[in-house]
Design a binder for this molecule. Structure first.
Ligand code: ZN
Length: 96
């Protein structure tokens, strides 16, 4: 009697070694981008002061004019500040 092992069929391209390496990559990539914390100074900046508010946690911010949650990163907030829809909404509020 000869026992054939049918359970383990090697799939081309995905060896166990490959998978282990990929796991390493993804964990190091996570470290590359660190989440920024919300800064109270942002609320004093001319560009942000009219609409910026704290989010649900220290890594979140909120646009009170558009009522959207944002990632608390300066770059993200700057982009939001330059959005047409956002600028329009702000000027509508300020002209009241
Ligand atoms: Zn907005």
């Amino acid at each position: 009697m000869s026992h054939e092992s049918e359970g383990e069929r090697p799939t081309p391209g995905t060896s166990k070694k490959d998978r282990a390496q990929r796991g390493e990559f993804s964990s190091s990539e996570k470290d590359k981008h660190r989440a920024q914390k919300y800064r109270l100074v942002w609320e004093k900046l001319d560009m942000l002061k009219d609409w910026l508010w704290r989010g649900k946690n220290q890594f979140k911010a909120k646009c009170t004019v558009c009522d959207v949650d944002l990632v608390s990163e300066h770059g993200v907030l700057k982009i939001r500040a330059s959005r047409k829809k956002h600028v329009k909404a702000i000027s509508a509020i300020l002209s009241k």
